[in-house]
Design a protein around this ligand. Structure first.
Ligand code: 13P
Length: 287
């Protein structure tokens, strides 16, 4: 069932778990995530970066594929189709294309400009029943060409953005996209507590879910995180399983080169990673 992300996040926050937002790249990714959500009776968010949207030939293609797949696979758990780290124009295009949720990442603008643009997009998104995520304090690392310095968000600025009527807030707390360096200092829980205090009731979003230890994930959820984004970890599992298949020479046995066989181990690996995250986030049987 394709829905916006608002209700699923309000429920998650109230019941003390988080909904996983998994980035999609193609049909295999989408199918693997949807089936895992359904098998585990879990709500789920499909994240689409602007780069991945372009790769899949545009947001309208993505929206049509997801809508059709939800129907043809008989997916009854709540699914949100969400733009990840969207630009102002990208967010508008996704609303038009039929996405049910958008993220406007205005963290690289001044706070005044971020507020102005977020405010405009809140009224546009809500007029179409689309939920909206905003960002304060950039997420470190790089994802699909969007790079951030990894600032820790200012709680007062978080309040200013939260007060615009957004549905979820991404606040930088030392999290990074991609693999964490060995000298990473961990999440800044003092900052998260301050943000929680200033934005009471707002579902918070933890980006850079790949490689964050389980105890930090659980503590974040206890401090108001209701959506956790995971991208790199599915890519790593897919690549690892595919490499093993090729290295074992399976593509050279019989019709092992058939793409449906060649991509099957990677597909199963994504499913296993998604299930593991849903267990950790506590979203299983919460649909
Ligand atoms: P990772 O690639 O580190 O899992 O981050 C995903 C993310 O935050 C998507 O916005």
């Amino acid at each position: 069932m394709l829905v916006n992300a608002r209700d699923m996040l309000v429920k998650a926050k109230a019941e003390g778990y988080a909904v996983g937002a998994f980035n999609i790249n193609n049909l295999e990714w989408t199918k693997a995530i949807l089936l895992t959500a359904q098998e585990n009776n879990s709500p789920v968010i499909l994240g689409v970066s602007e780069g991945a949207g372009k790769y899949m030939t545009g947001f309208t293609t993505v929206a049509a594929m997801v809508k059709a797949m939800v129907e043809s696979l008989n997916i009854t758990v709540p699914v949100a189709l969400h733009l990840d780290h969207g630009s102002y124009d990208g967010a508008k295009k996704c609303i038009e294309a039929g996405f049910t949720s958008i993220m406007f990442d205005g963290s690289h603008y001044s706070i005044e400009e971020n507020i102005k643009k977020t405010k405009e997009l809140v009224s546009l998104a809500h007029s179409k029943g689309v939920s909206i995520e905003a960002e304060v304090g950039s997420i470190g690392g790089e994802e699909d060409g969007v790079a951030g310095r990894g600032e820790v968000a200012d709680s007062k600025e978080c309040k200013m953005i939260a007060d615009l009527g957004i549905d979820m807030l991404a606040a930088g707390i030392g999290n990074i996209h991609g693999k964490y360096p060995s000298n990473w200092q961990g999440l800044d829980f003092e900052a998260l507590e301050a943000i929680k205090g200033e934005t009471e009731g707002m579902p918070l979003v933890l980006h850079g879910g790949t490689g964050i230890p389980g105890d930090m994930i659980k503590k974040s959820i206890s401090l108001g995180v209701a959506k956790i984004n995971v991208n790199t970890e599915c890519q790593l599992s897919f690549a690892d399983a595919t490499r093993k298949y090729i290295e074992a020479g399976k593509d050279l046995e019989g019709k092992g080169y058939d793409p449906r066989k060649l991509l099957a181990p990677g597909f199963e690996a994504i499913k296993a990673t998604v299930k593991e995250k849903m267990e950790l986030f506590g979203s299983i049987n919460k649909a």
